[in-house]
Design a protein around this ligand. Structure first.
Ligand code: AHM
Ligand code: MG
Length: 315
């Protein structure tokens, strides 16, 4: 089987980029080990601190952030680190050529119930500065800590999936993920219905109407509440993930963060033939204005993203 280093050698001749990816993959191996034993080590619950976005940090959020920092500090290719858990961008090596933006442990509210969580990352050229559009990404990926530990990765080509073997190697298990164009599965937090805009209400109403509705087919709903798990399902079998703008998140621009959640996930989903949108434009075209900027997120099967966009045009 092809391992990560062999795959990198065929996908890019940019050694700095390859080493940045290897560093994030190594951080993922270490975080996986910590997560597996966290309840035994007593690494559970809140850390007693809040991040710049006012969210309570879990002990494992901070431990994961430290692991990523350690691995990236050891790598002279890294110029700057942006992390969900750090208020400011951190300068790394002055000779560094790439920026890494990461959510070291996304979905951490699910930790205490042993649901899949993940490390999301985006890699950008240092020359472009901190605020670059998603189209400028050199690569993006996530590590999903689930029944298997998966590394999902894309440089410019296909979106590939590696599985962590017991000897610590990442082995290629899906060369090119394919998000089917059509799907009958949608993912949204329906408890937020009272905040939804007309487009979201209409999209969901049409979906739950099933065969009798305008969409003319039956839908199923799935919401893990952990973006990595929800996006992994979509990469494996299609569907749509929705965290649209709603009246409660409107003043902040949305719920999920552009640099280290929306952009890397859009990069991966588009690499697998799916689509991304804010409802108004493609996610990768959004001009960032701040490192912790939020954005509405619509990701998944092309036909479903188009149906949601259609509701935005109509309302
Ligand atoms: P986090 O970065 O604080 O973990 O928040 C992001 C998570 C995503 O993984 C998930 O899609 C979303 O928040 C869930 O939101 P909700 O609590 O509204 O279901
Ligand atoms: Mg997050």
């Amino acid at each position: 089987m092809t391992n990560l280093s062999q795959w990198l050698a065929t996908e890019t001749n940019d050694d700095k980029l390859a080493s940045a990816i290897e560093s994030m993959a190594a951080a993922g191996v270490e975080i996986a080990t910590v997560l597996r034993q966290a309840p035994i080590a007593g690494q559970t619950g809140l850390a007693g601190a809040t991040n710049v976005q006012g969210e309570a940090q879990k002990a494992l959020d901070l431990i994961s952030n430290d692991i990523v920092l350690k691995h990236l500090r050891e790598n002279p290719a890294i110029s700057i680190l942006v992390s969900e858990e750090l208020d400011e961008a951190v300068e790394m090596s002055s000779q560094g050529e790439v920026i890494v933006a990461t959510d070291p442990l996304d979905g951490s509210s699910n930790l205490d119930v042993n649901v899949t969580v993940g490390t999301i990352f985006s890699i950008l050229p240092a020359a472009g500065g901190l605020l670059q559009k998603g189209t400028a990404q050199l690569a993006a990926g996530y590590v999903a800590y689930g029944p298997a530990t998966s590394l999902v990765l894309r440089i410019k080509g296909a979106t590939s999936v590696f599985t962590l073997a017991s000897d610590g190697q990442w082995l290629l298990t899906v060369a090119a993920a394919l998000v089917p164009e059509a799907s009958g599965e949608f993912a949204i937090n329906t408890a937020r219905e009272r905040f939804w805009d007309a487009a979201t209400k209409n999209y969901v109403k049409e979906s739950v109407a099933g065969e009798a509705g305008a969409a003319g087919k039956r839908y199923n709903m799935r919401w893990v509440g952990s973006m990595v798990a929800d996006i992994h399902r979509i990469l494996m079998r299609g569907g749509i993930f929705l965290y649209p703008l709603d009246s409660e998140t409107a003043s902040k621009g949305g719920r999920l963060r552009l640099l280290y959640e929306a952009n890397p996930m859009a990069w991966l989903v588009e690499g697998a033939g799916g689509r991304s949108s804010t409802g108004q434009q493609g996610i990768l075209a959004v001009e960032p204005t701040g490192i912790h900027q939020r954005v509405p997120v619509i990701l998944g099967s092309a036909e479903e993203v188009a149906r949601m966009e259609d509701w935005y045009r109509r309302s």
